[in-house]
Design a protein around this ligand. Structure first.
Ligand SMILES: *Cc1c(COP(=O)(O)O)cnc(C)c1O
Length: 428
């Protein structure tokens, strides 16, 4: 299991936060330090994921696809089959149990595309906690269905209307809340980033993925795989699947970032290549960030909202620097090709995030021999991506369907008001 040195992983990590947040982070670190030595706590966590999220998730061989691509046998670790459709719920359930041990009753989170907010709202309902989710007002408009479900689940969703009205502003607002409320409130961080102990804590819960995989692949082929690929946004699904294999140097670990439209600034989210990102301190920790010439955080793009992040896990940055992790990237176009291949050869609709791991995995497998095995961590399912995918693969029937929906709404005057206006009325 990965261990930091005082919150650092090589030169990355740390805890760069306002004084007022220190006690809450130290309290969390102390509790986490204790609980991770406690086998009963891990058992309680595993049981919750089994009873509530369908764990263990299967390991699925891809016979038709492997034959088509020629090369290594391809396997999928099926995180898409979790409750709510992705690996995010693992981390959130773990933190929920931890909150109960801390004796706190309220959780807050920030969310961009809404997936982490939804997972947090689900956890809070299950464990009987109050949840407040901060979300940029523009993101709310883009991802309204997630907001709708969060509210039905009983969470309070607060639109953030400052700045660019997206994830960064939501994060600032969540931190402001936490600074005022940390005695009673836990901040549920969604990925293996942020100030210590979050990168280690999130990795700890997500490592359930790799622990299961190790058993499953041993049973299936009698040995360890030759390579594993995972997509890298903040880095939590990648760390989850990689961590139990770190000591096995024969297993190649490949992290796949969002290559986006091009290598131009603002067109991608590649933090692990020397020409695109630089070491910096932001959002409470030190890591590789996309930055412009003045050291301001840069803009990112990916066809997959979950990979669209300026920083990367300090653990991933360190593993890459030390040579244990190989970094690759997949362009939007390669991602759509991989998406289509998996659907048509295996009958699985992957998330666009996970399709980066597929693209990197297909490329690696084609260069391997037929007696080798490659596992792709399928972090989530693709239902949520229907609009993006429909745009990429246009069909006249789909355009007609959308037009009919728009016409229907226009015939009902009550629905004319925009989401923004309705939000304003709600908070007036
Ligand atoms: C959020 C998300 C990711 C990216 O987050 P990581 O912390 O890098 O794992 C990847 N895949 C899916 C399906 C997601 O929802």
């Amino acid at each position: 299991m990965i261990r930091s040195q005082n919150g650092m992983f090589g030169e990355f990590g740390g805890r760069f936060v306002p004084e007022i947040l220190l006690p809450a982070l130290l309290e969390l670190e102390e509790m986490f330090g204790r609980l991770r030595e406690d086998a009963d706590f891990w058992q309680e966590y595993v049981e919750l994921t089994q009873q509530f999220s369908g764990r263990p998730t299967p390991l699925t061989p891809c016979h038709r696809l492997s034959e088509h691509l020629g090369g290594a046998s391809i396997w999928l670790k099926r995180e898409d089959l979790n409750h709510s459709g992705a690996h995010k719920v693992n981390n959130v359930l773990g933190q929920g149990l931890l909150v109960k041990r801390l004796g706190k009753k309220r959780v807050i989170a920030e969310t961009g595309a809404g997936q982490h907010g939804l997972a947090t709202a689900i956890m809070a309902a299950r464990l009987g906690l109050d949840a407040t989710i901060y979300m940029g007002a523009d993101d709310i408009e883009r991802q309204y269905s997630n907001v709708f479900w969060m509210r039905q689940l009983g969470a309070t969703v607060v639109p953030v209307t400052t700045g660019a009205r997206t994830l960064k502003e939501a994060m600032d607002e969540a931190l402001r809340d936490w600074a005022a409320s940390c005695e009673t409130t836990h901040y549920v961080l969604g990925t293996a980033c942020g100030p210590a102990p979050f990168p280690e804590l999130v990795t700890y819960f997500q490592s359930v993925i790799g622990i299961e995989l190790k058993d499953q692949i041993q049973t299936a082929i009698g040995r360890m795989p030759d390579a594993i690929t995972a997509c890298v946004g903040g880095g939590s699904n990648a760390m989850g699947v990689f961590t139990p294999f770190l000591e096995q140097s024969e297993v190649k670990l490949i992290g796949v970032e969002a290559g986006g439209r091009s290598r131009d600034d603002g067109d991608h989210s590649i933090r692990l290549q020397p020409d695109t990102a630089e070491t910096g301190i932001a959002q409470g920790f030190k890591t590789l960030f996309l930055q412009n010439q003045d050291g301001q955080l840069g803009h990112t793009h990916s066809i997959a909202a979950g990979l669209d992040y300026v920083g990367v896990s300090p653990i991933i940055a360190h593993l890459h620097q030390s040579g244990r992790l190989t970094a690759d990237s997949a362009s939007d176009e390669q991602v759509l090709d991989a998406f289509k291949l998996l659907m048509q050869y295996e009958g699985i609709i992957p998330a666009l995030e996970s399709s980066h791991a597929l693209a990197g995995g297909f490329k690696a497998a084609a260069e391997m021999s037929a007696d080798q095995h490659l596992v792709i961590n399928l972090s989530g399912r693709g239902d949520k991506d229907i609009f993006n995918v429909a745009r990429a693969f246009p069909q006249p029937e789909w355009t007609a369907f959308l037009q009919r929906e728009i016409d229907r709404q226009n015939n009902e005057p009550a629905d004319q008001s925009s989401i923004a206006a309705a939000e304003e009325a709600r908070h007036a």
